[in-house]
Design a protein around this ligand. Structure first.
Ligand code: AKG
Length: 283
């Protein structure tokens, strides 16, 4: 969707993005989404989870009416936050994100989660645009992966067959994708940043093979409504959204999204490959 954000919203979100990245660098608590196979030394895709609990601008964004209207068309009028996260490809050192299917990690049942990827800078083939395998949300791709790489079996064959769409987006645009859609992103070799953010929505009542975004693995549990996973829109009479008070932080905020240590959960297929400590922090 073009121009989902206006100039004021964009400027507020850019400032919040910059502030949270500065803080994350200082604390060292951030993830790195890069594809190690394709990355060059120093490559980074900075990832910070649950920014909606770290800055009121990101919390308000969850309730953006245009955004929720689109999500309502896609998954219905009861909408719960699965999680959100900030994604940043620094100029020249922004690495690629490998092809993956989000639901490989979440195993949501029914598989209906929707991601809204918003960019705060123009994104194109030079600075890390997203790529999609057209129609892949309709493929019955299994969840079996290669033991050593974590990549989905069959994925490489499907991608080679295409067609692949590289989606250019202007600052303030939003792209929506289904949790079964195969997607990846190009490296940022330009001198421009690629500041982005993703919100993942779910319908209350969905069950998960793995609890998001940082709990232990589950066995088909529901996702309780909580500070970290609030209801964003509801058909229930009298329900009102919380757009003015920052939700209390939860212990999960101390954990990088990329962590794959026991008990913290892996929440994104790319996260298993993240080892930020191996990468120097470049200016
Ligand atoms: O921002 C990127 O480059 C990757 C985003 C992604 O994989 C996602 O939002 O699921």
């Amino acid at each position: 969707m073009e121009s989902l954000l206006n100039k004021k919203e964009l400027s507020e979100l850019r400032s919040a993005h910059d502030r949270l990245r500065t803080e994350a660098r200082a604390s060292g608590d951030f993830g790195n989404f890069i594809d190690l196979d394709a990355a060059e030394e120093g490559d980074q895709v900075i990832n910070i989870p649950q920014v909606c609990q770290r800055d009121i601008a990101f919390q308000r964004l969850l309730y953006h009416p245009h955004l929720l209207d689109i999500v309502e068309d896609l998954i219905g009028c009861n909408i719960q936050l699965f999680h959100d996260h900030l994604l940043h490809k620094p100029p020249e050192y922004g690495g690629p994100v490998f092809w993956h299917q989000d639901n490989q990690a979440w195993q949501s049942m029914p598989a209906s989660n929707i991601s809204c990827w918003l960019t705060f800078d123009d994104a194109d083939a030079d600075n890390g645009a997203l790529r999609y395998l057209r129609g892949s949300h309709r493929l019955s791709l299994g969840l079996d992966t290669e033991a050593d790489t974590g990549r989905l079996l069959e994925m490489d064959r499907l991608i080679a067959a295409g067609p692949i769409d590289t989606v250019d987006a202007r600052a303030g645009d939003a792209i929506f994708h289904h949790c079964l859609t195969l997607h990846s992103s190009l490296p940022n070799r330009s001198k421009r940043p690629r500041r982005a953010h993703s919100i993942i929505y779910t319908a209350p009542g969905t069950r998960y093979g793995r609890i998001p975004p940082w709990g232990a693995a589950t066995n088909g549990d529901l996702l309780p409504i909580s500070f970290a996973h609030p209801l964003l829109r509801s058909a229930h009479a009298g329900w009102t959204p919380n757009t003015n008070t920052l939700l209390p932080s939860t212990p999960s905020l101390r954990t990088s999204y990329n962590s794959n240590s026991p008990g913290t959960g892996i929440t994104h297929p790319t996260s298993a490959f993240a080892r930020p400590e191996e990468f120097p922090h470049r200016p």
